[in-house]
Design a protein around this ligand. Structure first.
Ligand SMILES: CC(=O)SCCNC(=O)CCNC(=O)[C@H](O)C(C)(C)COP(=O)(O)OP(=O)(O)OC[C@H]1O[C@@H](n2cnc3c(N)ncnc32)[C@H](O)[C@@H]1OP(=O)(O)O
Length: 241
């Protein structure tokens, strides 16, 4: 049995708790959220503020963490702040998702129910492929990106670091969504999308240039957090997910 500490106690966390319940090899050991003032143990589950992740990590070698927060910047900020080794984060795949054995999935990445990650695709550390989203063959979903429910990345699309692709959006083959760019719900992307822009509509057009002041330079700060890791088949062999 693998013990999981969830960082975040909101809506995305609830979905991940259900997902853990749907698997008989995992159990929720902690839910950490700043709404909890201090670390407590009740009915075998710890609750406490996010910062208590460090004491739990130090005390329990085999505990694995998942940052169960849908917002990319918040997820990234917490990973940077905690500074845990990438392999302390669990890769979670819902039992009813399809993940090709010829894809690679990063540490702390979460693939939710009915999602598909097809052959040759790579999903980076701390990325989310949400309910029913499709990541087609040879796509790259970079670290801290989030592909929202029912969005479709067709073949060979690259979603940059921290990119967000809204619910039901579609991206035609081979296009790039820039780092920290946002694609609105239902958009149809037919051109490359520059970093840190917001696009909406069909075809998708830029409506906003996002502020850059609080952006994270993930590559420079913690290069190891944005790596793709060993092939999915190897992880399966080791029962990592
Ligand atoms: C399980 C889960 O829930 S996972 C989360 C999934 N969440 C999503 O998919 C949300 C996706 N978010 C959106 O679509 C948002 O509307 C965003 C991010 C594109 C824009 O949000 P904001 O930055 O707040 O922009 P704002 O609401 O001011 O809209 C800017 C303009 O774009 C238009 N617009 C916003 N979203 C869309 C959209 N999805 N499609 C078409 N036009 C849109 C607005 O009408 C507005 O136009 P106007 O300036 O002519 O009035």
């Amino acid at each position: 049995m693998m013990h999981i500490a969830l960082i975040g106690g909101g809506g995305h966390s609830k979905v991940i708790q259900d997902m853990i319940q749907a698997r008989n090899d995992l159990t929720v050991a902690a839910i950490l959220d700043d709404k909890y003032p201090s670390l407590e143990l009740e009915n075998g589950v710890y609750t406490g503020p996010v910062s208590s992740a460090l004491s739990l990590a130090g005390g329990m070698d085999r505990l694995r963490f998942v940052i169960a927060i849908g917002d990319n910047r918040t997820r990234c900020a917490i990973a940077m702040r905690l500074g845990l080794r990438p392999d302390r984060y669990m890769t979670l795949v819902h039992p009813r998702a399809y993940v090709s054995p010829r894809s690679v999935i990063g540490h702390g990445a979460v693939i939710l129910a009915n999602a598909v990650v097809n052959a040759g695709a790579a999903v980076g550390d701390q990325a989310i492929v949400n309910t029913g989203a499709i990541v087609e063959h040879d796509c790259i979903v970079s670290g801290y990106a989030h592909i929202a429910p029912s969005a479709t990345l067709t073949g060979g699309v690259k979603a940059g670091t921290g990119a967000f692709v809204g619910a039901g959006a579609a991206v035609i083959p081979g296009k790039t969504i820039g780092d920290w760019a946002t694609v609105g719900a239902g958009a149809t992307v037919i051109h490359d999308i520059p970093p840190r822009t917001t696009v909406v509509g069909a075809p998708a057009r830029i409506v906003k240039y996002n502020e850059t002041g609080d952006d994270f330079d993930v590559e420079a700060d913690r290069p190891e957090t944005n790596f793709f890791v060993q092939p999915a088949y190897e992880r399966q062999r080791k029962s990592v997910y």
